[in-house]
Design a protein around this ligand. Sequence first.
Ligand SMILES: Cc1cc2nc3c(=O)[nH]c(=O)nc-3n(C[C@H](O)[C@H](O)[C@H](O)COP(=O)(O)OP(=O)(O)OC[C@H]3O[C@@H](n4cnc5c(N)ncnc54)[C@H](O)[C@@H]3O)c2cc1C
Length: 440
Amino acid sequence: MSESYIETYYRDTLNTNNPREALTSDHDTEICVIGGGLAGLSTAIGLVEKGKKVTLIEANRIGWGASGRNGGYIAKGYAQGYKQLMKMVGLEHTKDLHKLSTHGRALIKEKIKKYNIDCGPIKNGVLGVSWNNHPEKVKEYIEWMRDDLNAPLEYWSTEKVREACKTERYYAGFYSPEDYQFHPLNYVHGLASAIEGHGGKIFEATKADKIDERPDGGYTVNTANGKIKCDQVVLCCSIYVDDLNKKLKYAAFPVYTYVMVTKPIDGALLDTALNTDYAIFDNRYAQDYYRRLPDNRILWGGRVSVTGVPKNLAEIMKQDLLKVYPQLAGAVEPEYAWGGSLCYAPHKMPQIGQLKPGYWYNTCFGGHGLVPTSVGGDVVSSAIAEGDERYKLFEPFSKLWFAGGPLSPYIAQSVYYAWRARDVMISGFSDFKPSFLGKK
Ligand SMILES: Cc1cc2nc3c(=O)[nH]c(=O)nc-3n(C[C@H](O)[C@H](O)[C@H](O)COP(=O)(O)OP(=O)(O)OC[C@H]3O[C@@H](n4cnc5c(N)ncnc54)[C@H](O)[C@@H]3O)c2cc1C
């Protein structure tokens, strides 16, 4: 357990950073949510808003995991791309999942407004750019998204893309007006305060060690310094679930991914490279995603590995940036560089469902989790409080397939290398799948 955040730009720009107390005695509640990332917090806010008595426990600090370390892109969709999803579950089901996703994206803005959460600047507009010159494929993709999924995307020619991103690396792309960016850790803290405002309890530095089923149908969550008696339990532990639930542990594999934030760069110089404050991502399997921060820093994300955080991460990320914007050589100095762990299922979709009555899981949001955690929190809280069955849209992905056990990280790494090789060797077109991961 860690009682402090790792060093990130987000930690150092938090509005308030007051730790919450740990659980020190036995405690009764209706629903115990385990895990204080956005999956847990989104579930808890949905429950308290519907009048439920909720206790959330977090082993470290709220937002300590991926939820406080990510790129801050709020974009529709799932880690699995829509075209692949259509092959898996058909068009109508994909349309329903897409509707949920756009609802989840709107829900985040709704919470920000309702609870006056200071997690800006909130900037609408995400730009997907091509690494290869296939404008007709970009147009096809935009049409498909518009006609089949009713997603408004605007075509940007190579010239227009290069006015915003002054690099010869990029070709035509699309502008997504309704996706946006924010400060994820300030959002986490705002959501937590809102939960407490409704009477919900949050304990940090409190790890769930074991869950016992009681004869009356309820559950007891055991922690080092107290037991929580509850009617229902929701596991939102991501890749850290470990032996708390072995089925969930073996149904997912961990992947590390990275972010670097530069020191502020002279504004006029930055305009000669990244001349926009839209959030950018490219369409390679080994994709870069990045955005200009208000004080003229660049937040640069990408790459994956299974071996943790390389010692020279800052330099590696800087070189990735300079490959796209060589004109910034000499002006880019990394100030922060960090990694975070993602939770992937083999199908790359969230795992949402019940293991037994009242024992819920809401996890596996991969590299594209900000909107999907909002969706997961919404459908699970509505199912518990109101019997809503929308969570069943995730049934095709809730089977908890074995994901490779101890070998899974190495399988994931090999796939990543294959993706990178593919980027190098093939100059073809990959559909846009904003994963904020680096690959898929
Ligand atoms: C570098 C990086 C960049 C990313 N960029 C983006 C992006 O721009 N857009 C996007 O949509 N997605 C992005 N993602 C993915 C997104 O951040 C995740 O999918 C999402 O935050 C997952 O939320 P979560 O709540 O499931 O997991 P986490 O945020 O990891 O939270 C899980 C929490 O559960 C706690 N926990 C686990 N076990 C226990 C236990 N036994 N008892 C108590 N607590 C426990 C952990 O301490 C942890 O805090 C990125 C991720 C990373 C790492």
